[in-house]
Design a protein around this ligand. Structure first.
Ligand SMILES: [Zn+2]
Length: 444
């Protein structure tokens, strides 16, 4: 069983859009009501403690489990939101669920039980700034070929084709667990959380190994010699983005200090900018998905470099392009997709000199300038495109990688290549961790 999300852009009618907004507003109202209650209770207890009251003398604490929040909400809703019947009860549940999670995260990180960044105490959701979203876990929601059916909202037109999901559900191979309608970048989306039992076939070339050299100028070069062009929609759309941003800056925006509300023209310009940014992001994601899907379904083993993405993004000149090419996202997709197909992903050691090593004889060059686009080996005379040479070296690594079960995405990091390496004077053995600059040059 795999959990997947199918996300579709929606084209709601004006009245459906009003209903969606009102549902998202209902979620916010329930969230803020619950938060105010918990906050008041915590404050009361604090104050009592400061007067020296302890134990049973204290006001009893308010539980913030979803169950209790829901129970208390049902008692309070007639006074807090007398209009509650206008919205699906799932809308209020969305808000209470968010609150229960937020409080749990806060309590968890305060007690040091939670990994990751410390979570602060939840804040009230603002009417103007809060993200609009509502989630249904019960009721009759489904995805049709051209519509998303949402309880109380109705049949909302899909901007995209929903046939694939509708067919899977009809065939009984997928089950929709929940649907979330959310407003993002000037547009409503429906995201279906789907449980599917579709088993994916083994990679077409189960024993084949492919090395991938990720790049900036080209998205990737495969050890098979194939080049995959970069989906540089970002660069192409950059002019449009700049123009829209300039327009936005000429409009009267919101001001926190004076409490000035944004003008309608600012709102419109802001939405236009958001839409363009969104389109760019979606196109980029689409290009990556197509490539990783292909690689995972075709090759049994995929070897990629461990690029220091965080370090590269800090380098200003490269930053935009690196972010554009989304290296991190590429690897993430590749790893989970390879796991689906039963293939494996090997990540080469960051210090592995994939560009400097000759794929013909294994000699390692001490220096290789970024401008040298062709690898010329002085030892054996091999002449090869720089990126293909690097990709071939990566593919070679697979032979030395331990393969315990032949399945799953191994994350090999301390990998030492076992290609015969001719040591040249002044050249340390490849694969050994030492203070070399990272293999960033293959990405330039
Ligand atoms: Zn050579």
């Amino acid at each position: 069983m795999t959990l997947l999300a199918y996300r579709f852009a929606l084209d709601p009618t004006p009245s459906q859009e009003r209903a969606l907004r009102s549902h998202a507003g209902a979620a916010r109202v329930a969230f803020n009501w619950g938060l105010a209650r918990v906050k008041a209770n915590l404050g009361q207890r604090e104050a009592e403690k400061s007067y020296g009251i302890a134990g049973d003398g204290l006001t009893s604490p308010v539980s913030w489990s979803l169950y209790s929040l829901r129970k208390d909400w049902n008692v309070a809703k007639d006074t807090v939101a007398p209009w509650w019947r206008e919205c699906s009860k799932e809308a209020f549940n969305t808000g209470l669920d968010h609150l229960a999670r937020a409080l749990k995260n806060w309590a968890g990180s305060r007690k040091g039980k939670r990994k990751g960044k410390p979570a602060g105490f939840p804040r009230f959701k603002s009417k103007r700034k809060a993200r609009l979203s509502v989630r249904w876990t019960t009721g009759s929601f489904r995805c049709e070929e051209r519509h998303a059916v949402l309880p109380r909202i109705g049949r909302v037109k899909l901007h995209e084709d929903g046939r694939r999901l509708a067919d899977l559900v009809a065939a009984g191979t997928a089950r929709v667990l929940s649907v979330t309608a959310g407003f993002e970048r000037g547009r409503w989306f429906a995201s279906f959380a789907v449980e599917t039992g579709v088993s994916r076939p083994a990679p077409r070339h189960r024993d084949a190994v492919v090395g991938i050299d990720l790049g900036i100028k080209k998205l990737a070069v495969l050890s098979t010699g194939e080049e995959i062009p970069n989906p540089r929609h970002m660069s192409g759309a950059l002019r449009k983005l700049r123009r829209l941003a300039r327009t936005l800056s000429r409009r009267q925006g919101p001001d926190r200090r004076t409490g000035r509300r944004p003008s309608n023209r600012w709102e419109r310009a802001s939405a236009a900018l958001g839409r363009t940014q969104g389109r760019v992001t979606d196109q980029r994601k689409d290009g990556l998905h197509k490539l990783t899907t292909r690689l995972a379904s075709e090759f049994g083993t995929v070897v990629v470099e461990d690029l220091n993405v965080a370090g590269m993004v800090r380098n200003r000149r490269l930053a935009r392009h690196v972010a554009d090419a989304s290296f991190g996202e590429f690897r993430r997709q590749l790893e989970y997709k390879a796991a689906w197909h039963g293939g494996r992903v090997i990540v080469a050691d960051r210090w592995f000199a994939s560009s400097k090593t000759c794929s013909g004889c294994g000699a390692v060059k001490a220096k290789l300038a970024l401008s040298e686009r062709t690898y010329v080996c002085t030892t054996c005379g091999t002449v090869l495109d720089r990126d293909i040479n690097a990709a071939v070296n990566l593919a070679r690594l697979a032979g030395s990688a331990p393969d315990s079960n032949g399945r799953g995405a191994d994350r090999q990091t301390g990998l030492v290549p076992q290609v015969a390496v001719k040591r040249q004077p002044g050249t340390a053995p490849a694969g050994q961790t030492r203070s070399l600059p990272p293999q960033g040059e293959s990405a330039a």
